[in-house]
Ligand binder design. Structure first.
Ligand SMILES: Nc1ncnc2c1ncn2[C@@H]1O[C@H](COP(=O)(O)OP(=O)(O)OP(=O)(O)O)[C@@H](O)[C@H]1O
Ligand SMILES: Nc1ccn([C@@H]2O[C@H](COP(=O)(O)O)[C@@H](O)[C@H]2O)c(=O)n1
Ligand SMILES: [Mg+2]
Length: 238
């Protein structure tokens, strides 16, 4: 039998809880009888300090592409907020229709919902290094994350790319996404400027932002990304 433990904030983000010390952070399941063996805690649940990277940039700026290279080289777990939302639509969940309509309009899904999906993936993970791609998309996303997690990211990557290049890439993507059409792209670019750039500026002011020139080949861009992570002395995979 398992019981829900409402707060394990003492297990997580011990040194980073500068935002809200009373934040209810992660929930986990704990055995309270001897009939069933105690569930193994994942690395993440054991880790006192997960390493969180937010990956920001406009639509088509190359966030997902560069995340794949960071995963390959440094063993991060990649959590794309957009991908988690698309998965929620595909699973026919109660929120699926609302999410689909929001994505078609290029708007932002309510923060609590997106954070719930991210949190679930983190809890299930065996890793402690996370790339959270496409999040926070707005000041509301950011504030809700800080409130719920009681923590701030360690690193914020921002892929800076001109609009015409982003539009070209998205229209050539060919992955069947409902929002990869010119009408929705225009809306996404407006939302990016209005809601996401304030988040970028927030982290710039906090000294956490690594601005990457998003123009060039994938490898040229990755050459700017690699030193960000090697400076933290993570094990590099060969
Ligand atoms: N440096 C690059 N040069 C040319 N094409 C690129 C480059 N980086 C990525 N692409 C291509 O551009 C498209 C968009 O890239 P990607 O999916 O990584 O962007 P994204 O920032 O994750 O976009 P979104 O926010 O819409 O998910 C993909 O088809 C990808 O293969
Ligand atoms: N924090 C987020 C992230 C994404 N969305 C919605 O998903 C769409 C696709 O996101 P990508 O990162 O895959 O481009 C995005 O345009 C939003 O509609 C969100 O609401 N909140
Ligand atoms: Mg993406």
């Amino acid at each position: 039998m398992w019981r829900r433990v409402t707060s394990v904030s003492h297990l997580t983000f011990a040194h980073k809880s500068t935002v809200n010390k009373n934040a209810c952070t992660f929930k986990c399941w704990e055995s309270f009888t001897t009939e069933i063996p105690r569930k193994e805690k994942t690395t993440y649940q054991r880790a006192k300090t997960p390493f969180i990277t937010f990956v920001l940039g406009g639509p088509g700026s190359g966030k997902g592409t560069q995340c794949m290279k960071i995963v390959e080289n440094f063993g991060f777990t990649h959590l794309s907020a957009g991908e988690l939302l698309r998965r929620e639509i595909a699973s026919n969940s109660a929120d699926g229709i609302m999410i689909l309509n929001t994505i078609k309009e290029g708007k932002i899904v309510p923060s609590e919902l997106t954070i719930k999906l991210i949190q679930k993936e983190m809890e299930l993970s065996d890793n402690y290094k996370f790339l959270i791609d496409g999040f926070p998309r707005s000041e509301d996303n950011r504030k809700a994350f800080e409130q719920i997690f009681g923590a701030e990211p360690d690193v914020v990557l921002f892929f800076d790319c001109p609009e015409d290049e982003m539009v070209k890439r998205v229209l050539n993507r060919n992955q069947g996404r409902v929002d990869d059409n010119i009408d929705t792209i225009k809306k996404r670019l407006k939302v990016f400027t209005a809601l996401n750039l304030p988040v970028v500026n927030h982290y710039l002011e906090k000294g956490k932002l690594y601005k990457i020139n998003g123009v060039g080949t994938v490898d040229e861009i990755y050459k700017q990304v690699h030193p960000v992570f090697s400076s933290f002395h993570f094990e590099v995979r060969v």
